[in-house]
Design a protein around this ligand. Sequence first.
Ligand code: MSP
Length: 658
Amino acid sequence: MADATWYITTPIYYVNGRPHVGHAYTTIAADTAARWQRARGRDVFFMTGTDEHGQKVLQKAQERGMSPQDHVDDMVVHWQRTMAGLGITYDHFMRTTDARHVACVQACLQALHDRGELYQDTYVGWYSPAAERFWTEKDLVDGKCPDTGQAVEKVEETNWFFRMSAYQERLVAHLEAHPGFIRPESRRNEVLGFLRKPLGDLCISRPRARMAWGIPFPFDPDYVTYVWFDALLNYISEPGFLPGGQAEPRFADTWPADVQLIGKDILTTHAVYWTTMLMALGLPLPRCLFAHGWWMSADGAKMSKSLGNVIDVDLLVGSFGLDAVRYFLLREIAFGADGQFSYEGFLTRYNADLANDLGNLAHRGLTMTRNWLDGKLPAPGPPTSDDAAITRLATEVVQRFAAGMDGLDFQGALMAVGDLVRAGNKYIDTCAPWTLNKEGHTARLAAVLRTVLEVSHLALVLLAPVMPGKSTELLAKLGRTEGDAAATLRALLDGGEVLQALTTGTEVEVGDPLFPRFREMPEAIAALFAEAEAAAPPPKPKKKDKQAAGPPATITFDDFAKVALRAGTILEAAPHPDATKLLVLKVDVGEPEPRQIVAGIATRYAPADLVGLHVVVVANLAPATIRGVESQGMLLAAGGKEVVGLVQVDADPGEVVR
Ligand code: MSP
């Protein structure tokens, strides 16, 4: 098969409820991968959609007093609206009630029946309506469905079965021959483990008398198709598959899919049901099935509606903007691992990575260009060793980013850009353009600011698939279009030189910072907390409440004068041996020996970023032992529980700060 198209799918989502963060997560990840491959120059086909048949959907329709078709037609509007709100650039939105899909499912059933792949049998089992599947007696936990904990019904009925067991050996052989087929590795092992036990056949029908909301069997009017058998075929029905050599020509360009993204909850249905169905239809298997992890609440539990435990995507988007949400979901946890969500964690990462690092880099570059260089994009100058170092890093970052995005390691890709952005801010501090300006070194000042703007530009060219809105915003400030950015990216991937994309003399626009800093939780989220707190019983007073009361409204000057503040320079920084949030620093405060200071700043700073920073030290604080390490003072920093940034001062070590 020619397979010229890069084809990526998400699961199709049940329309028995509204979309939530889990659905948003899979779809944003797929959208990011699709945007990246398009930017790379590939012909992409990206499909998502809704799974509209089956018992769960029928039940919901009945609860709403609607016909199932009216119910799904109504629900799909919410799903499509949510996808639009998340900036999802699907090429097709699949609905399993579409005529093309129904025709494909029926043709596949007929073909498999003609080939003797299906047979009828009587089954006795326990049916779980919540999980839409049968269990044997020994699978049950306390007589309930092991997956959902809900009640099960004893069912004895005659159904149609697919000879799935016949493909067990072939499937194991495929998994063994293709290590990258099921990812991550842990999920591949899980499937191989599952396949060590004999594989049964798959019940693929439901008697119409019991559950009529499904695709009718073409050769037996008493049955409709099991929802999973129907739903899995969506991946080939839209691309134009029909059995018996009837497929549309474009099908050969699209199938096999390059990536099928799923959550870990639906691994078996994809890795076992779907693959064996494809084998029976004589089709190749997808190149990669990637099962990502689950978002959990901060205490590691599954999400529920209780406070802080459910992630409200609309609220996050409304408060922080869509691009920040897309960034957070992909940056916060490794793709494949589970993650815990908290609004505080979101705020901290937003302020650290986006407001303080990325947004600040761009804003500093633009503001200095406007203030000192007439707002015209400055000309490059002869490179110094600082320029050579950042160019080397940028070249490496492009490669790391591309490898991460190609391999669905979104976190790794975003960390690479983070390294570049932090290096950009450090470059500004080292080159001190304010001094160059003051002393009239205009050519060097221009060269430095050019590099800063090039670094900001490169970061947002790379980040475009994750943060399309902010990327376009920065490009516009630099007088560039998305088309220019795409050309830059392709040139870079072809081995072109980094940091040479911008046009000298272009009028730059400063405008608002890309990511405004939030000093406290945005109002709408704070209101949610307040509401929940008001509804909750009053908490028992804690011992620490006295300290938590905060400083008094006023103090005397004498009180203030008791605090000795000194400028210091960080000489060394290392992780604390016994606490992940702490760092152990050596700080020169103008005394014969540097001070050892333990600081709770590890969530904000990597040790390597601290060396050389000019900070403010509380020099007369009584020494204390913090988790076994002596601390001789304290650094001033902004932020409440989580540090947002260190207070920095342009002064020699030991200088008095007042
Ligand atoms: N309709 C089936 C899939 C059929 S595909 C042929 C289905 N639908 S679903 O609406 O339940 O969506 C399941 C998908 O939503 C999961 O596979 C996963 O992608 C996503 N998630 C649902 N909750 C999630 C989290 N809490 N965290 C991350 N993703 C999760 O199953």
